[in-house]
Design a binder for this molecule. Structure first.
Ligand SMILES: *Cc1c(COP(=O)(O)O)cnc(C)c1O
Length: 241
């Protein structure tokens, strides 16, 4: 059994440490820390812990499964403290689950193919919605990772950004685990690809969603505007290095 008051204090302390580290990483790169947002990835915790995290100051959460996003947003919808809090869909999205997240997720980070972009486009347009999305890119080229191959995205971006019912706000990637140099190259590659696509499409593509617990400082140094943090926010056993 965790002591709730202790856990609430941990969440506050940890958030301060994380924000300090984001600020320091931004400063090292000559960036303004105000350009860097963070979402608390709540996929492993209950609504109760989300509420405690909200009280600790977190105002944006991420879920990787549609059912869980629905369950948490519904369970928390009556809580006055949760007003204005954002929930993003960050995980693999199957076509038959799209309708569950439309209108509920503030930003879908994981548009990993032009087929999925088309499906979200069609379903959003049918409901007169314009869904904010990020295009997920497999920058590192690992077979285990989903996302557009960079060359496929170069070839398809103009068509994808022209689809109705979606607004492409930027790019997202996941770095290889446990290899800082490879992670840095991945984040740098995402930023360079975004610059190229900005020039090509005229879109601002202002969101670069990259960086997780193990590598968020590297991601901020390399230009991330949105880090997605799970274990380092919620797990008392996770040591920030
Ligand atoms: C779980 C998850 C995260 C957070 O990972 P941590 O290592 O726990 O910070 C970020 N992004 C996605 C897509 C995830 O599934």
């Amino acid at each position: 059994m965790i002591d709730e008051a202790d856990y609430a204090r941990f969440l506050v302390r940890r958030r301060e440490e994380i924000l300090e580290r984001i600020g320091a990483a931004a400063a090292r790169a000559g960036r303004d820390a105000g350009e860097v947002g963070a979402i608390a990835v709540s996929k492993t915790v209950s609504e109760r812990e989300v509420l405690l995290a909200r009280r600790a100051g977190w105002d944006a959460f991420g879920e990787n499964r549609p059912q869980e996003l629905v369950r948490k947003t519904e369970a928390l919808s009556g809580e006055p403290e949760m007003a204005g809090v954002r929930f993003d869909m960050i995980g693999n999205l199957q076509k038959n689950k799209i309708n569950q997240v439309l209108g509920r997720a503030d930003l879908i980070h994981s548009i990993s193919s032009s087929h999925l972009a088309e499906a979200v486009s069609t379903r959003s347009a049918a409901r007169s919605l314009v869904s904010d999305v990020l295009l997920e890119v497999n920058v590192s080229g690992e077979a285990s990772k989903s996302g557009f191959a960079p060359d496929d995205l170069r070839a398809e971006v103009e068509r994808v950004v022209g689809l109705p019912g979606i607004r492409v706000r930027g790019l997202m990637t996941m770095a290889p685990a446990g290899d800082a140099d490879a992670a840095r190259r991945t984040f740098c590659g995402l930023r360079e690809l975004a610059e190229e696509l900005r020039a090509r499409t005229g879109l601002s593509l202002e969101v670069l969603s990259c960086g997780m617990s193990d590598d968020f400082e590297l991601a901020v140094e390399e230009g991330s505007t949105l880090v997605r943090l799970g274990r380092c926010v919620f797990d008392q056993g996770y040591a920030l290095r």
